[in-house]
Design a protein around this ligand. Sequence first.
Ligand SMILES: C[S@@+](CC[C@H](N)C(=O)[O-])C[C@H]1O[C@@H](n2cnc3c(N)ncnc32)[C@H](O)[C@@H]1O
Length: 230
Amino acid sequence: MKSPPRRRIRSFVRREGRLTPGQERALENLWPRYGLSPDRILTPETTFSRPVPLILEIGFGNGESLLQMAVQYPEFNYLGIEVHRPGVGRLFLELSEHHLDNVRVYHADAVEVLQSCLTEGTLDRINIFFPDPWPKKRHHKRRLIQPDFVALLANRLKSGGLLHLATDWPDYAEHMRTVLAASPAFQATEPDRLIPPRPPTKYERRGRRLGHPVQDLAYLACESKRPKDR
Ligand SMILES: C[S@@+](CC[C@H](N)C(=O)[O-])C[C@H]1O[C@@H](n2cnc3c(N)ncnc32)[C@H](O)[C@@H]1O
């Protein structure tokens, strides 16, 4: 008898969380304006009003850094992916209050969105700020930064595109360095003076309160070393 297909290990545990009435309304009313369906391939030319570089933030949490970038650097287009519904609702409210039209959002698993909605060489930059550290050794397999995922990121970035990671967990930073060093598609670069720079985030503040050292890592997608479509 054929055994059932094994479920992919996910980088998150889906918790609904409580939505405020404002977030609930925002999700309903603003979905047509900011929300993207994970069932369709993204065409930036028709999704955004201007053909400018596209920046993706994975796991934006409450949306603070994505919002701040979009406000301060409106010369870029932005995509956000987050599985936590209250965070998506909160970001929708803020986008609407700031009259922003250069941001679109997936409420879905980033692995699935990257695999099914984004095509090769679509993105100019990918930001992953303070991804869940999964500190227990038996949970390390849940960490987002893994060789296969990094190869997928490299494929979706343009040549010369940038991957910006940040973490306050030294052993996750070490793991990120090891995985990225083993990828021929990426070359380490200086994380200083990036435009847009990384705004502060909720999980960064939490890490600092706990006395954790915050590390930013940046990598360039090497020309001609892009992995085949995945
Ligand atoms: C530790 S929080 C950091 C949030 C935010 N970046 C910050 O610095 O405040 C990690 C976030 O990543 C989201 N996340 C984890 N895995 C994800 C995935 N596969 N796709 C989309 N979001 C994911 C979680 O829901 C959570 O909001």
